[in-house]
Design a protein around this ligand. Structure first.
Ligand SMILES: *[C@@H]1O[C@H](CO)[C@@H](O)[C@H](O)[C@H]1NC(C)=O
Length: 230
């Protein structure tokens, strides 16, 4: 084998090993580890329920994911139904979760990040304008990537990056199903975390960070920053 071919092969192997090492949740060391939510033990994730007490229900959820969710109560006009390790408990240690997201016309799932997961999203109804922004790059840029998705289209949001989905239609709701590469992806809604923290971040920090006056910060902090996740 020529040296260049060996080099290519080695590069591929190193790449494969590195990509495995970077998956979000640690790999399981057994077939399953159904979360024992009643255990007083505190570990990363949940301790395993005794295998003899495990049955099909631990891997099942009558989630009604085919049903539209109410988007009228939410200020953002969206409703995120999460299916993660909290239910069904069988997801513990399996490194995956999902969500159904409903969007009212002209409303959105506001800019947020998942600290522990990459997300892949499919549009089931309507259309969505979606995007994510890169972390701070060497050229001092934060680059925005966007697409308009129609029914049946898929888009990927890389782990940790700020992203959003907006329903551009004047009259039609939109529905998406998302898969996430963690049993507990977590969500940080940017505006909520920055302007709605408890206790509030000081005006001195926020006026300088956002290059606005104290009045603008006080106004933002006085808004109701809802959580649109269930
Ligand atoms: C989402 O919809 C469900 C059922 O339609 C409702 O009970 C829940 O309050 C809604 N959540 C939000 C954040 O609007």
């Amino acid at each position: 084998m020529a040296f260049s071919k060996i080099f290519l092969l080695l590069t591929a192997i190193v790449g494969l090993v590195a990509s495995q090492a970077m998956t979000s949740d640690p790999s399981a060391l057994q077939d399953f580890c159904v979360a024992d939510k009643d255990s007083p033990m505190r570990v990363n994730g949940f301790p395993c329920k005794d295998v003899k007490d495990v049955n099909g229900d631990d891997f099942f959820l009558a989630a009604n994911l085919d049903k539209p969710m109410d988007t009228t109560k939410s200020k953002a006009g969206s409703n995120v139904t999460l299916i993660n390790v909290m239910k069904p408990a069988g997801l513990n240690t399996l490194g995956i979760s999902m969500a159904r997201i409903d969007y009212a016309p002209k409303r959105q799932n506001p800019p947020h990040t998942h600290p522990r997961a990459t997300e892949i999203l499919a549009v089931l109804e309507g259309s969505l304008y979606v995007g994510f922004v890169t972390s701070n790059q060497a050229n001092r840029e934060n680059k925005l990537f966007t697409k308009t998705l129609n029914k049946g289209d898929v888009f990927v949001f890389p782990e940790g990056l700020i992203h959003f989905q907006y329903n551009p239609s004047y009259d039609k709701p939109a529905v998406a199903i998302a898969a996430l590469s963690s049993q507990n992806a977590g969500a940080i809604t940017i505006a909520n975390a920055v302007f709605g923290s408890n206790p509030p971040i000081s005006d001195g920090v926020l006026t300088k960070a956002f290059q606005v006056d104290k009045k603008a910060i006080d106004w933002l902090q006085a808004q109701f920053w809802e959580n649109n996740h269930n």
